[in-house]
Write a protein that binds this ligand. Structure first.
Ligand code: S3P
Length: 184
């Protein structure tokens, strides 16, 4: 499978980078949250409110299980909590090349401070929550990543350029080689 998976904390830029990269290298872009929302016909926020986080996490695992059965070549932005389950990490590694977009808690806070859509950041002290979760999760993201790209202080075009450079020289031996005909 020649998928490119973008992982990292909420607000690290997965969606924007994913969409722009998809134009540049002519691959379809998908976002796992959007896919779940479409399948469930409701918003992630509502799923958390009505059925709880575990239910949402089960939907993420089910989606991944379906995705690994397909021979796709897409850019996939995954929900920030998806790699926390070990089962999901195993599935993600089978799904393609994983790029961790790493951002500091301060950068993340600036990007999400007005956001009302992300249920995990709606509490009293979002900055403390972001710091605690990043501390917990950055090791997890790093453990599955083929590459880590730090996004702090960088424009999106700089991040994309960096990703393309990395992909150009990357050969995914496990999955039979990267697309030779893509102009990274
Ligand atoms: C979550 C991240 C969100 C979404 C849900 C939970 C998390 O996705 O899946 O709100 O646990 O970090 P984004 O990372 O795309 O915001």
């Amino acid at each position: 499978m020649n998928n490119i998976i973008l992982t990292g904390f909420m607000g690290c830029g997965k969606t924007t980078v994913g969409i722009r990269l998809s134009y540049k290298i002519q691959k379809t872009f998908i976002d796992t949250d959007k896919k779940i929302e479409k399948e469930q016909n409701t918003k992630v926020k509502r799923i958390f409110e009505n059925y709880g986080e575990t239910y949402f996490r089960d939907l993420e695992t089910q989606l991944l299980q379906k995705m690994v059965t397909k021979k796709d070549s897409q850019i996939i932005s995954i929900g920030g909590g998806m790699p926390v389950r070990e089962e999901n990490r195993i599935l993600l590694k089978q799904l393609g090349t994983i790029i961790f977009l790493k951002a500091s808690p301060e950068t993340i806070y600036e990007r999400v401070k007005h956001d009302k859509k992300r249920p995990l950041l709606q509490g009293e002290n979002p900055m403390a929550k972001i710091s605690a979760l990043c501390k917990q999760r950055n090791t997890i993201y790093e453990s599955i990543a083929d590459f880590t790209v730090v996004t702090d202080g960088k424009r999106f075009d700089e991040v994309i350029k960096e990703i393309c450079e990395l992909l150009k020289f990357h050969r995914n031996d496990k999955n039979g080689g990267f697309d030779e005909n893509i102009n990274y």
